[in-house]
Design a protein around this ligand. Sequence first.
Ligand SMILES: Nc1ncnc2c1ncn2[C@@H]1O[C@H](COP(=O)(O)OP(=O)(O)OP(=O)(O)O)[C@@H](O)[C@H]1O
Length: 465
Amino acid sequence: MPPDTRPLPELVSFLETLPEPHILCDRDYRIIAANAAYRRSWPEARSVIGRTCYDVSHHYSVPCDRAGESCPLARSLQSGQRERVLHLHHTPRGEEYVNIELSPVRDAGGEIAWFIEKMEPMHVARGVSDHRGLIGRSPAFQRMLELIARVAPSDASVLLQGESGTGKELLASAVHEASRRAEGPFVVVDCSGLPETLFESEVFGHERGAFTGATARKPGLVEAASGGTLFLDEVGDIPLGMQVKLLRLLETGTYRRVGSTELRRADIRLVSATHRPLKRMIAEGGFRQDLYFRINTFPITVPPLREREGDLPLLIDSLLERVAPKRTLSLSPAALRVLCNYPFPGNVRELRNVLERASLMCDGELIGPEHLPEEVLHPERESAESRFASGSPSAADAPVRDPLDLEEVQRQAMLRAVRAHRGSRRELAHRLGISERTLYRRLKALGLLDGEGGGESGAWSVEGS
Ligand SMILES: Nc1ncnc2c1ncn2[C@@H]1O[C@H](COP(=O)(O)OP(=O)(O)OP(=O)(O)O)[C@@H](O)[C@H]1O
């Protein structure tokens, strides 16, 4: 029996009043109506009526689930309830990530007859080359982005876990940008760079005279983030003593400035990130379990670049645009093959550094293998060299004497790199393809730091050098 279409006129006029783009589809994926907001953002909207949603949005000839994507309509038909997905849609502005919410509508007989589809573009990420923002379209990237889209509108605490250089800071700011706090501040706390003595006053602020050198009252980072998002980068590096204070803030929503008895209310959304295995740290007593549960309401694993199948060429185009905006650089097929075969242990950050170096080596507009750094052309040679070749006999011996002492090998390799380096800390980090923070962390973990680790961009003070 054909569906009873009587409620349709009312439904269509209701959709017309909604501020977000909406369409109405039948069970056969045909678009019956598109509201005013949709018509504004898709100017050729009149021509979509009567066409299928998979044709309009994906240029597919079959429904999404038969083209290898999740289809909210099929899911909603099966579950009988509202379904949400993130899709890469064709729009008049090119391909865009769009948050889709599909709600089933029943006819007078109680059967699902239509679907209301709400579409909200997600501007924080792009599936095509762009000069800024998060870039990617691989399945691993899209799975992660869907989690970001789901959690962003809430106030839930997000924990981003992934290797160094995978884009955790960029993702944290994407969570902020896609949240209702987007108009508020996004404040980064670099937990690995803060010694315990400074942590409390930096995070919570201090009163004048609270300690030697506190010549004026200073609001902390929690206060600076009020109405916005506080991003705890390298949360696994927070000293145990400070973990208790942070836990109290998260449990009570209140804190005190150092030297003050006044209780202040915090208005923050927390996003944390780490490359460290927090669960193992808990088992070993290095991280509090209660704090872990507080910061980990919504965990997101950030995939390494080697698992983002197909994203490399897209990232290369985008990053070339970023490192050399005034040129029209591209990669020769041979250079692209070299990069596709390289594992990128330093992830997107390393890729960016490699491209920046190549752009400086290349005088024309086409980057060839000859412009790529040695470690990318011959990774096996490079790793063998960093393991065995050294001025120090102990470093050369270490892996042979005890193959399990990886830490000692890393320590010697890092020590050599630091000793051979004559520039600033920033330049060294850049040369190694890691962030300054990661460099600091590694030196600290390997016991190579003498004191607190030098000035902002000054030379490192290294133990034993
Ligand atoms: N998906 C992406 N699209 C575009 N650029 C990216 C992406 N992911 C990372 N980047 C770039 O790679 C670099 C490293 O990213 P980011 O600092 O966010 O990584 P991270 O995981 O926080 O690193 P670390 O753990 O060392 O602090 C930055 O220049 C960032 O802009």
